[in-house]
Design a protein around this ligand. Sequence first.
Ligand code: PEP
Length: 250
Amino acid sequence: MRTPFIAGNWKMHMDRAEAKALAQAMKTELAGVPHKLMVAPPFTALETVGAVLQGSNILLGAQNMAPATSGAHTGEISPLMLKDLGVSVVILGHSERRHSYGETDALINEKVRLALQEGLEVILCVGETLEEREANRVNQVVETQMKEGLKGVTADQLENVTIAYEPVWAIGTGKTATPDDADAVHTTVRAIVADLYGADEADKMVIQYGGSVKPDNVKGLMGRDNIDGALVGGASLKTETFVPIAQFDR
Ligand code: PEP
């Protein structure tokens, strides 16, 4: 009953011409796919890609945003600017933002609340490092990131939130969590949502898996009850790999 959601994070790749060509190819090849689809190009290509995707079944996403609507925030991009470019979804709390740029749960929560207040959908990323996994702290880490990240978010706003479980050790490394490993954490994530918002909200929550999703492992992952989609990095940069992922069939 949950609509699968496949999202591509293009990270800091592609100039406008390259992004335009990729968006055009995806628009053509993904027409008619029944899943919810999104791509998040770099800020510099949002306008170009947004123009291509108009009238398509692919949503325009952004990879980050400022925790403020305007003002003295050198180098930042506000949710209003994103909406002005046709963005409808924003990825927040990606592990690269947490670990390479020092984003804290408190900052991510400010962004989550503002994005929802401004009518953007949010993909909130959570996930443990290898050290945390080896220390048996996966559930604790994910619980803290979710509780802090969702602080102040109402049950009504929750329909605009997707959780992406992305074990940091699996991102860009070619190491995918096994369907069993991923499903175990997804089950925990859903239990945390139930704890915070009740069983009905937990049932509705779309939980993506992210971490080296590829055409040859997508079916095994999506076959699990609690895995509702994927947040895809490297494999979202080529139609040969993103199209078969986005077209997955259980
Ligand atoms: C990501 O960056 O969110 C991601 C999952 O990357 P990759 O698919 O390359 O592991």
